[in-house]
Design a binder for this molecule. Structure first.
Ligand SMILES: Cc1cc2nc3c(=O)[nH]c(=O)nc-3n(C[C@H](O)[C@H](O)[C@H](O)COP(=O)(O)OP(=O)(O)OC[C@H]3O[C@@H](n4cnc5c(N)ncnc54)[C@H](O)[C@@H]3O)c2cc1C
Length: 662
């Protein structure tokens, strides 16, 4: 049983199972250094971002050339507003993208792909998403989480030879994990894959929900439960990844799902009824499905921040033009202070988003870093910042921000599709691990070193002798590590990083903050013990602090690489400085909130609402019949009779430090 399962006796069976599945599927070892992992331990290794890793001239040329081709193709062939209105990506566009090799951007050339680097792939996705988010969702679901990525990482040579050339040519793929009862908690999976008596096939039965490209996919990765195994006298759930082809009997598309945005995405509810799959279609191995998904998502997850960058760039163009053009109260709206704040913050956050995403992409290409934390942070940071940017852009546009592009065009105005950006980007805080789940995932990984040192001390299943031994070892480690975190903060005031000029003060601050967040994590472990995993808000604040430190380091590193090039990046220092100032305000606020917060009052009121004590607030509402849910508890007399059919409160989630970040 993993060292992280310390609070077992306070868990119900389902919670324990979810955590066991999560722990079994996470990457146990750190095979390469983790920049953010070190921040959590009080080390800010600026030499990793100074100099900032840039693609070689050859790689840059390859990227520039492909992006120029893609830009021209999109401008001449793809009407994104039409895709939004019709809900279809036209066939000639799908064919054109295939001819451009866009379905095989990351597939190696030997299998018929373009073999683009992660950075060039991300640059291309940023371009496509700034124009049409539905098209980028289709392309990235196909090759960031769809069949190509797990096959390149874990496929057999036979599987690669059989499928990668087809995929590179334009066969569409999809990734099917989610089910009606399985979102953030894969342990609840009910889709099964039962081996046949001769062992040569598996029979898949189940339902998969919200599968992007599911309605048009030729080849899918399908996660299913295979028979459990016995380990340490306990049954262990097994999740396995299978290659399933569209034509296999028993595979059905039940419904095309429609959403707030991404109207062009062919997302489906799918059913598998006795779908017979040869054992050769198992990827990596039986029982390795979830770990496969997690590792696949490490790099695959970077396509989402790249997509966000595209939308943020378009938003900056809109606020620059509109901020200058639109005059109200005697000045352009971009010169009024509140308008200026939006414009400046959009520019600063866009630069930081690029800094962390390109950095993590370069580390993927360099193959010398463990980027599980950086990729998860980039996804949360960029998706949340982009929603904020879309909101601010819409607000600065006023009523025009709320108007659809087609309506603006019809009455002869510039058809900036701002409301579409907002609608299309909202999903990025949910797919590939919700923001909440990813923060818990990052917190779990951040604690890993401490859990390995201190976990055995608190592990009630170990013998007393072993626990005492572990305690002595832990004391030895913390006797030097802990004072070093205090000394480190003091030394952080010494003059250093002079080469960063006006940004040096921010990195000295980030260095001090790294020591402080490392101490804060240690204090939180001591104060909360095994119950720490329940203190999700505390963990999220600690993750936020480390995320901002990472973003400051990446931003200053990227700015340094552009300083001294006044022709191109004249105000890069001011933009980076602004981002760092905003990040420091957030970091200080999060440190303060660790001890000054409303967490317990929120827990109390949430408990009351979930147990119907706040029904008196739900009054004078029209409740439509199909909104009626099975009743829970009694109706307070004060809100009868219209309320007798009021919806019941939903159940609460189980709040685990989950690796459900899929
Ligand atoms: C447009 C779209 C495309 C998608 N594409 C795909 C795809 O291609 N393949 C695929 O497999 N899936 C896909 N999904 C599913 C997506 O990955 C899930 O929606 C996501 O994992 C969240 O699951 P859920 O919606 O069931 O929310 P739930 O897991 O039910 O979560 C509901 C809320 O509870 C929170 N929560 C859950 N557990 C905890 C916890 N332990 N602690 C604290 N908070 C918690 C969540 O953060 C969330 O806010 C897609 C979904 C959409 C809408």
């Amino acid at each position: 049983m993993s060292t992280a399962i310390l609070n077992e006796k306070n868990m119900n069976r389902e919670e324990l199972e979810s955590l066991e599945v999560a722990e079994d599927s996470r990457e146990q070892d750190w095979l390469a250094p983790s920049f953010v992992g070190d921040i959590f331990m009080g080390k800010l290794r600026m030499k990793e971002v100074l100099p900032y890793p840039e693609p070689s001239d050859e790689e840059r040329k390859i990227g520039d050339a492909y992006i120029a081709k893609m830009e021209r193709f999109l401008r001449e062939n793809l009407d994104a507003d039409q895709v939004d209105e019709t809900g279809e990506i036209p066939t000639h566009v799908m064919k054109g993208l295939a001819d451009l090799g866009a379905f095989g951007m990351k597939i190696p050339k030997e299998y018929g792909g373009l073999g683009l680097s992660q950075v060039n792939y991300n640059r291309t996705l940023a371009l496509v998403s700034g124009h049409c988010a539905s098209t980028v969702a289709m392309l990235s679901a196909h090759q960031s989480i769809g069949v190509p990525q797990p096959l390149m990482l874990f496929g057999t040579e036979e599987q690669k030879k059989k499928y990668l050339p087809r995929l590179a040519k334009g066969a569409v793929s999809a990734f099917a994990l989610t089910e009606p009862e399985v979102g953030s908690d894969p342990a609840r999976m009910s889709t099964t894959a039962t081996p046949t008596a001769d062992g040569n096939h598996f029979i898949i039965n189940g339902t998969k929900l919200w599968c992007t490209n599911g309605a048009i996919a030729d080849i899918l990765v399908v996660m299913a439960q295979t028979p459990p195994i016995m380990k340490n006298g306990r049954e262990k759930k097994q999740i396995t990844a299978f290659i399933v082809e569209k034509g296999m009997p028993g595979f059905e598309i039940l419904h095309r799902c429609r959403f707030l945005g991404l109207n062009g995405v062919q997302n489906a509810l799918m059913k598998f009824t006795d779908v017979k799959v040869p054992k050769e279609n198992v990827i990596w191995g039986v029982g390795k499905g979830l770990r496969l998904a997690l590792i696949t998502l490490n790099a695959g997850r970077l396509s989402l921040p790249a997509g966000c960058i595209g939308g943020a760039r378009q938003s900056l163009r809109v606020v620059r033009e509109w901020g200058n053009e639109r005059v109200q109260w005697g000045s352009p709206v971009g010169q009024h202070e509140v308008g200026a704040q939006k414009i400046a913050s959009i520019a600063a956050n866009l630069f930081a988003m690029e800094a962390i995403t390109w950095l993590a992409g370069a580390w993927v290409d360099g193959k010398k870093h463990d980027i599980r934390l950086e990729a998860a942070i980039a996804k949360v940071f960029c998706s949340e910042k982009t929603q904020r940017i879309a909101e601010d852009t819409l607000q600065l546009r006023g009523g025009r921000g709320y108007e659809r592009a087609s309506s603006l065009r019809a009455r002869g105005e510039k058809p900036f599709p701002v409301e579409r950006f907002l609608r299309d980007g909202r999903i990025n805080l949910i797919v590939e691990g919700t923001s909440e789940i990813l923060r818990l995932f990052i917190a779990r990984e951040a604690l890993d070193k401490h859990l390995k040192i201190g976990g055995p001390v608190m592990n009630t299943r170990l013998s007393v002798g072993k626990r005492i031994g572990a305690a002595i070892q832990a004391a030895g480690f913390y006797a030097t590590w802990y004072p070093a975190q205090w000394l480190g903060s003091l030394l952080g005031y010494l003059p250093m990083y002079g080469e960063l000029g006006p940004l040096a003060k921010h990195i000295r601050y980030a260095k001090r903050a790294s020591h402080k967040v490392a101490r804060a994590i240690f204090h939180a472990m001591i104060l909360n013990g095994p119950k720490l995993e329940k203190r999700q808000l505390t963990l999220s604040r600690l993750v936020e602090i480390a995320s901002d430190i990472f973003a400051m380091a990446a931003t200053c590193g990227r700015a340094k690489a552009r300083m001294g090039k006044p022709g191109e990046f004249g105000n890069v220092t001011d933009i980076a400085d602004l981002f760092c100032q905003e990040a420091r305000v957030r970091i200080e606020a999060n440190f303060h909130a660790l001890h000054h917060n409303t967490d317990s009052a929120e827990r109390r009121v949430a408990k009351q609402i979930l147990s119907d004590q706040g029904r008196w607030l739900e009054t004078e509402m029209v409740v439509m019949p199909d909104n009626r849910l099975p009743m829970l508890g009694t109706v307070p007399s004060s809100v009868a009779p219209a309320v007798s059919s009021m919806p019941a409160a939903s159940g609460s989630s189980n709040g685990k430090v989950a690796s459900a970040a899929v």
